[in-house]
Design a protein around this ligand. Sequence first.
Ligand SMILES: [Zn+2]
Length: 457
Amino acid sequence: MKTILMTFAVVLGSVCLVSFRAASAEIEPTRLFVQNNRPVAQMAFNQVDLSLTFDVQKQQTHGYAWIDFTAHAAGNPFLLMKAPVDSIKLDGESVSFESVTVAKDTAPLIIWRELEPETRHTLVIEYHLDSDTVGYSGGGVQFLTAMGDLQWGNFFEDFGPTSYEDDHYGMTLELVVEGSTKTHRLFTNGTETSNCGSRWTVNFSDRSNSSTFFVHLTSKTMRVRRGTYHGLDRDIPWVIYSTSRLMTWMGARRIEKHLSELERDYGPYFHPAFVALISGQGGMEYPGAAITSIGALDHEALHSWFGRGVMPSDGRSGWLDEAVAAWRDNGYPRGTWPPNRAATNLATFSEFERFTPRNCYSDGSKLMSELDGYFGSHGEATGMKPVLAKWFSLKKGQSVTTEEFRDYLELVSGENLHSVFSRYVYGNSSLRDSVVVGQLERGHPPKLTKAEVRELR
Ligand SMILES: [Zn+2]
């Protein structure tokens, strides 16, 4: 049965936002808003075939994206795309388009063509990338899908068309380098299916979403170490690399210890391999990959379980994985139950926001330690770690909401936890704005600056 529930409505400037969430897990989430008195509806991606051509002589990058999507609701469809668009065709016909800001750093691209509900379509987008996303120094290409998931972050929309994190789809990526005699190397968490030196094809599974795609194509000399971690279920190939021989060596020495510890606590590693670009500073997690400092390698590896194994649906559930990671960073302290502290807001945001509030580290890890105290003295579990391990085994490969997590904890405990979540997860909604951007607590490294990404790629 197809039913929808209205859960949230705000007015932002001239844009009236009304977001809906499917009551049934079988229905794709559809965000809706009204722009210029016309209905606008999130499209659901099925498959993307993306080609990026790097012309080294002209120092120009051309993108060509073919998208198979379903319009679940009636209206003009929207997707997420920040790279400059040259033209769009919907079902073979040219259409007009417009970007509209609906949340912090989120400006959906509206395709102006009203579609019937539950209909399937194709979209072709031609676009280009600028010097913020592609470098052409030394007669070669430097391209790195550097992302960030905290406030003012970015996912794949800087590099190509994508959707919200709760929209999962497959992607075939073709990378073509023209007019260069340099040797290029590709590092990715996708499956490389062909490589002829100047043309690569990479497949990403249909579990992928906007935060999945780690792609680093570079003519720079990289120091690379490879190995195989003998995991609980199977062998996991790993690649650690950077421009520094020392940092590569340090990362290679540590990675198997981290994977072993995390498998012991949370169960078998989920991804086909692990690849990490050691950045020296800053970073980001990807499923089976990371851009990371040496000091945060363990933190980013944990995100292959929580964050990119079990994935957040949007900015209202992103706190969950940082809470687990920060609780581990802090040495898994056990807190007292029930909590007795100021109310905090981790999840009361618009459904259009995609990024995680910064208090997820402090307030989120406190809640994890308090839940550890609770599950250490209630029921059959011996603390929060086995509860999280079970959660991972149930939800890996899926996007989850805060409400699903709360319901799961209630199922395990047999008790109602709504009042705790009301105060410590959905609490004081003014707190988000009091957090100073740029301040960072221990754990997750800050998002790389544009200058740092240029240096790194
Ligand atoms: Zn993190």
